[in-house]
Design a protein around this ligand. Structure first.
Ligand SMILES: *Cc1c(COP(=O)(O)O)cnc(C)c1O
Length: 648
């Protein structure tokens, strides 16, 4: 029974909150669609991550992980890295290729390489070198610094070390010498002009290179990076250039060094049809290079395997319409068919998946600092004496507002509010009058949005309205530092609170970061059918931490980030399971204020000196006391040594 004192609205809200369950949250945020079995929701309403130790697997609450870190004094935002998820993905891709090879009766082998640029952090390279051993998983270096890092970590003579990118003499010498030391180095021609230098260094050092040639396909991938294949791509040799290179290799007696064909269709290719097409074109080229007399033997299909960020399993750019197993089966089958038709032996395969390997590995967690509600107000604003006509009109709109005239009333409210603003602009209304008109306007919008909730079908024009009635949740993070692709290419990542999932989230939120930049916000969210403009979140209670996480941020996000507003690297913590309990490792402290200032050429010591001189001047002039000088300088120094994010 409803207690008689309850208003109908309160009852409805309570009932709605009560009708809720963690399972409903799991469905609302789609965690089973994008979580790949790694992430879930437990019966207490926390997001969990599935980790493994010697005794088996356990679902660990992210909320407990974060509370544990806070107890240890680690501030948010924090980037959590789960090595188990990285291991799991490496194993999944390798075993999927093996299965495909077996199913198709393919004669070649598979060896993956990890492209360092996707996440260059040392911890990642170390994990890959260590865990990848069992699969002879190698590395792909796209620059000299990446090669230098690779050579320190990758010493498996069975694994490939693929050298892409622009190569100078030093790069080539390093690669050739590494080959001499027993590594399987492949030097890939990215541009015709590289050939002369490679041959020259090879003669000088007396080492025959294993050459690969990167070809530019006319088949374009689809998605954001489609330009990296296709005729406009800056990388790779065109068909004409490939033939030219083959002729030069023949003339110089080096054709026997051409062992590999490589292509890369671009990253995050959501459509399996594009992947099959790319493989078809490249395999045709591979077969013809054998007919030209090159030994070949290896086909490197590059990266591009996509991640289903929104869980929709479609060819939308933040999704993909295939699984890892389907990708492998399609690629292997296509290559086998074309080789068989051409009477060419099946090649050994290399793939360079980066995103698909590391995306799941990292999760960014931040706390909410504050919320500004849409200026909604249930309470009717004041009615002043001598109100201007436009304000009276607004009050009248409020009076007649009903379900059947929503659209009309909305249009009128916008009109009278704009009239009021125009009057203010020309000096015909005061700031107070304008403020009151805007308050009435929001009051009307609040009522409209409530009435909309009861409608089955929302009129087209009013749909926009519901996206203006959002609450801004201020998160302790920087989009530019931690989620650059969210800003740069409108990539969508799964975002959700990591606790309170047994409560129904009743607020319609947009996330703002702390850069105060109008681009520093997340207002596009995953949705099964479309892109959602709001994220359902719970009421924010200022005395209680509220944690939100962004998932699948292991690929490309960490090192593309910039120092927008001088917000630096976040704290990073590795988490794995031991005896059924989470263990924190690889704790890396994020940048201090002094660190980021140094990046832009300030000298922290000099800053202190300058500020101290300024403070001393204030003492001399009698503005502050010597004791105050000391206190202010202490604050300044502490600030320099502190975290760049909001410390609570
Ligand atoms: C970036 C890149 C990759 C990785 O692509 P993903 O889509 O992340 O798998 C592989 N190979 C080359 C040459 C690249 O430039």
């Amino acid at each position: 029974m409803v207690p008689p004192t309850d208003t109908a609205e309160k009852t409805a809200k309570r009932k709605a909150a009560k009708d809720w369950s963690p399972a409903k949250s799991a469905e609302l945020y789609g965690i089973e669609n994008w979580g790949h079995g790694f992430f879930g929701v437990n019966k207490h309403g926390d997001v969990t991550v599935n980790l493994t130790d010697d005794n088996g697997t356990a679902d660990i609450s992210l909320h407990e992980v974060i509370e544990g870190l806070r107890d240890r004094g680690t501030h948010l935002p924090v980037l959590l890295r789960f090595r188990d998820l990285l291991h799991n993905r490496i194993a999944e891709i390798n075993s999927s290729f093996r299965k495909a090879i077996k199913d198709v009766g393919f004669k070649g082998s598979y060896r993956g390489v990890y492209p360092i640029k996707v996440n260059q952090q040392r911890q990642v390279i170390e994990e890959i070198a260590e865990f990848g051993k069992q699969f002879h998983y190698g590395l792909e270096a796209g620059s000299k610094p990446e090669l230098i890092a690779a050579l320190a970590h990758m010493h498996d003579p069975e694994a490939y070390l693929v050298c892409n990118g622009y190569k100078d003499e030093e790069f080539i010498d390093l690669a050739l010498n590494a080959q001499k030391m027993g590594l399987r180095v492949m030097l890939v021609l990215e541009m015709p002009s590289e050939l002369d230098l490679i041959l020259e260094r090879s003669r000088k050092l007396g080492i025959l290179p294993n050459l690969g040639v990167r070809v530019r396909l006319s088949t374009r991938g689809s998605g954001h990076w489609s330009e990296s294949a296709g005729d406009k791509s800056v990388f790779g040799l065109s068909a004409a250039q490939v033939i030219e290179a083959v002729d030069r290799l023949k003339d110089s007696g080096y054709l026997g060094c051409l062992k590999m064909l490589h292509y890369h269709q671009g990253s995050q290719i959501p459509n399996i049809a594009a992947i099959r097409e790319g493989a078809t074109e490249a395999t045709r080229m591979y077969c013809d290079l054998i007919k030209e007399g090159a030994p070949m033997g290896v086909l490197d299909i590059g990266g591009g395997m996509a991640v289903d960020y929104d869980g929709s399993h479609t060819n939308f750019h933040s999704s993909c319409n295939y699984s890892v197993q389907e990708y492998c089966a399609d690629v292997v089958e296509t290559i086998a068919q074309i080789c068989d038709k051409a009477g060419v032996a099946h090649p050994n395969l290399i793939s360079e998946s980066g995103r698909a390997v590391v995306s799941y590995y990292s999760v960014l967690v931040f706390n909410i600092l504050d919320v500004t509600s849409a200026q909604t107000t249930d309470k009717a604003p004041a009615v002043p004496e001598n109100a201007p006509q436009n304000l009276l009109n607004l009050i009248e709109v409020n009076k007649v507002l009903a379900k059947k005239n929503l659209q009309e009333c909305f249009n009128d409210a916008v009109y009278y509010r704009d009239q009021m603003r125009a009057q203010f602009f020309y000096g015909a209304a005061t700031l107070r009058e304008r403020g009151l008109a805007e308050a009435w306007f929001w009051h009307i919008l609040t009522k409209i949005s409530k009435l909309l909730n009861d409608l089955d079908e929302v009129p087209e024009d009013l749909r926009e309205l519901s996206s203006t009635l959002v609450d801004y949740y201020y998160g302790n993070f920087s989009l530019f530092q931690s989620l650059p692709d969210s800003w740069a290419i409108e990539q969508i990542f799964p975002v959700m609170p990591i606790h309170r999932l047994d409560e129904r989230p009743l607020n319609r939120a947009v996330l703002a970061d702390i850069t105060c930049d109008c681009d520093g916000k997340i207002d596009r969210f995953i949705d099964k059918e479309d892109v959602a403009k709001i994220l359902p979140l719970h009421d924010f209670k200022p005395d209680e931490p509220y944690y939100v996480a962004v998932f699948l941020v292991g690929a490309y996000q960490e090192t593309l980030g910039d120092l927008h507003n001088l917000l630096g690297d976040t704290n990073v913590v590795g988490v794995h399971l031991e005896n059924g309990k989470p263990v924190y490792t690889h704790e890396v402290e994020g940048d201090t204020v002094a660190d980021v200032l140094t990046y832009v050429e300030y000298d922290p010591k000099e800053l202190v000196t300058k500020f101290r001189n300024f403070a001393e001047k204030a003492v001399v002039e009698g503005r502050i006391s010597p004791k105050e000088r000391r206190e202010i300088l202490d604050i300044y120094r502490t600030g320099l040594g502190g975290y760049t994010y909001f410390e609570s």
